[in-house]
Design a protein around this ligand. Structure first.
Ligand SMILES: [Zn+2]
Length: 381
């Protein structure tokens, strides 16, 4: 199934077995960066690396057998799927001993990873979900209002109201409609319609908790809505689209996604600007890979900034998981460190493990001047 919600992750995380371990498998299947052959090769390598890792573990044979079976099932499932697969990532959770099997199609690439543990390793899934904004789009004219939910590139109608412009004639119109009272009548209907629309928006916000609100309406309606909206909602308004309630969902989606991309770019630019100005002030920031991993190791990082696709080899202590650029022995545990192909990737994971925000910055950006990586800190020791 497609990964769409926190509930799916929570349900998955609930699975636990008394007698067996679970295999959590993640494969980057992005066709933007790789051809099918490369993906197949990375699958093969990932499985065989995991098999030899498993051989060395001293789990009891019942557990081990179940895990080996997981790897076998995953490999054959992926080999069948991959030729026709067009998502950015594939993850499988399997516990053969309990006959447990769950597949998620991912709209963002995970890093290739296999984890054997008591329960499903769900962090990569929640990292993917975190990157998505839930958008509500309200399109409104004098008669109709419609609400759409946009999430992970999909649009769904979640509500609509109609105001019948002739429905109140009988109540008010004992004296008939002179042009003045008709105008008054229409204006009161307009007010009611707007009031209803803003109440409904707030209701949907409480129910769905969207991050951004986009509105498709004329100037006049925007002003009226703005004055009716709850202050929470006013903060959520991030864009105005050119759309009418009668427009197709596809048309609305296309416009909303364009605005979303712009907003994300602006956000990204802003965060790099803030970072640079903190550096110039000597504030709570570090830059460059060496300083950044040092701060990560110390738990000082609040927000980690990494340049997309920037990678660099490094080393990792297998015991305490601290990160290093070139230390062959962990100064903390005196254990030999192991080489890792991408220390940036390890930093992202370390950041998530330590509850840091991770922001991925598209190159080129001003972050390039500071070694392509940096962090805002909680404190500086
Ligand atoms: Zn160590």
């Amino acid at each position: 199934m497609k990964l769409l919600s926190q509930e799916q992750i929570e349900k998955l995380a609930d699975f636990v077995s008394e007698d067996y371990f679970t295999t959590s498998f993640f494969l980057d299947t992005s066709l933007d960066r790789m051809v099918k052959k490369e993906i197949e090769l990375s699958l093969k390598n990932l499985i065989s690396r995991s098999q030899s890792r498993l051989e060395k573990r001293n789990f009891d044979s019942k557990k081990k057998d179940s895990l080996f079976k997981d790897l076998e099932k995953i490999q054959s499932y992926c080999s069948q799927k991959l030729p026709f697969y067009d998502y950015y990532g594939l993850s499988v959770f399997s516990c053969s001993g309990e006959d447990f099997w769950e597949v998620f199609n991912l709209v963002k690439s995970p890093r290739n990873l296999v984890v054997f543990d008591r329960n499903p390793y769900v962090r990569p899934l929640s990292a993917i979900l975190e990157q998505y904004h839930r958008i509500c789009v309200l399109v409104i004219d004098r008669k109709t209002a419609k609400w759409y939910d946009i999430y992970m590139g999909e649009i769904n109608l979640i509500g609509s109201i109609e105001t019948n412009l002739s429905q109140h004639k009988g109540e008010k119109g004992r004296e008939g409609f002179g042009s003045q009272s008709l105008e008054k009548h229409l204006s009161s209907l307009f007010q009611t319609h707007m009031k209803k629309a803003s109440n409904k928006t707030f209701e949907l916000f409480k129910k769905n908790g969207f991050d951004w609100l986009f509105i498709g309406a004329s100037e006049e309606y925007l002003k009226e809505l703005g004055s009716n909206f709850h202050p929470y909602l006013k903060e959520k308004i991030k864009g105005v689209i050119k759309a009418k309630p009668s427009d197709s969902p596809d048309k609305i989606l296309k416009q909303a996604l364009t605005i979303k991309e712009d907003l994300k770019k602006k956000e990204e630019k802003q965060i790099v600007e803030d970072f640079e100005s903190e550096i110039k002030k000597g504030g709570l920031v570090v830059s460059g890979i060496r300083n950044t991993i040092r701060s990560l190791n110390k738990g000082e990082v609040k927000t980690l900034l990494v340049t997309r696709k920037f990678s660099k080899p490094g080393r990792l202590c297998p015991k305490c998981r601290l990160l290093y650029l070139d230390e062959t022995e962990c100064p903390a545990c005196k254990v030999k460190t192991i080489p890792v192909i991408d220390i940036i990737d390890e930093s992202v994971e370390a950041g998530m493990n330590r509850n840091c925000q991770v922001r991925h910055i598209n190159p080129p950006s001003r972050l390039d001047r500071y070694g392509g990586i940096g962090a805002f800190l909680r404190f500086k020791s």
